[in-house]
Design a protein. Structure first.
Length: 241
């Protein structure tokens, strides 16, 4: 039997992550996620710099740059970084975000991570929360999108990528955030957004379908609030002033 180390497995799968799995991203989808779930949680650009960890092909970096933010993106996949550079997104670099965050203690206004934390083992997730908390300015925010283990369709996200290691719920995110010293956590479901006639129909249908699942959970648990059933959710964790 041959035992392959985790680092070796990651090197093999992330070397050509875009062509093997992630593709080149959907600019419109990134724009919607940014405008609905991330931009409202950011302070004004003059508050301080932003680091996007696990930035992929850099579309979120592009969006924040267009809004006037001083933002840097870092990703472990050389192919993703190459795609970003080819698209004219210059502030994207190949590297280890752990090392980058360590160089900026207490100096970053916000750290974003869309579709990153699920790629980490449990101990790495908590370490990342710790590293992010140390790098943030007082009052800074950690904004991340993660797959939702509480969704009836969560397996579609969790098992759709062989590199996924962890799965989250609003409760587990709050548990991690408190352990790392964050003082407030807010969760935003990633529901369909209306941006045309077809999507408007999708929104209406999703409200009805998700209402059914929330009602079922309320019957089982006795709690009528706090149920998130979208496949992904965004959380915003803030450190104290």
């Amino acid at each position: 039997m041959t035992t392959v180390g985790l680092s070796s497995l990651r090197d093999r799968l992330y070397a050509r992550y875009a062509s093997q799995h992630a593709g080149r991203g959907n600019k419109d989808a990134v724009t919607l996620v940014y405008r609905r779930g991330i931009r409202p949680a950011l302070s004004a650009p003059e508050v301080g710099p932003i680091i996007d960890i696990g930035c992929g092909s850099g579309e979120l970096v592009r969006q924040m740059t267009l809004d006037g933010y001083d933002v840097t993106g870092v990703d472990i996949s050389p192919e993703q970084v190459e795609i970003a550079r080819a698209a004219g997104i210059e502030r994207v670099f190949e590297g280890n975000y752990v090392q980058l965050l360590a160089k900026h203690p207490g100096s970053i206004a916000a750290i974003t991570a869309t579709d990153l934390l699920e790629h980490l083992a449990k101990e790495e997730v908590l370490q990342t929360f710790d590293q992010v908390a140390r790098a943030l300015l007082p009052g800074g925010t950690f904004i991340a999108r993660v797959p939702n283990a509480g969704s009836p369709f969560g397996g579609h996200i969790q098992y759709g990528d062989f590199t996924h290691e962890s799965f989250f719920t609003p409760r587990s995110v709050r548990q991690l955030a408190i352990a790392a010293g964050f003082e407030a956590v807010r969760v935003v479901p990633c529901a369909p957004a209306a941006h045309g006639l077809v999507s408007l129909v999708r929104v209406a249908l999703w409200r009805a379908i998700s209402g059914f699942y929330k009602a079922a959970l309320a019957v089982e648990t006795g709690s009528v609030r706090g149920h998130v059933v979208t496949q992904n959710f965004i959380f915003v964790a803030s450190v104290g002033e």
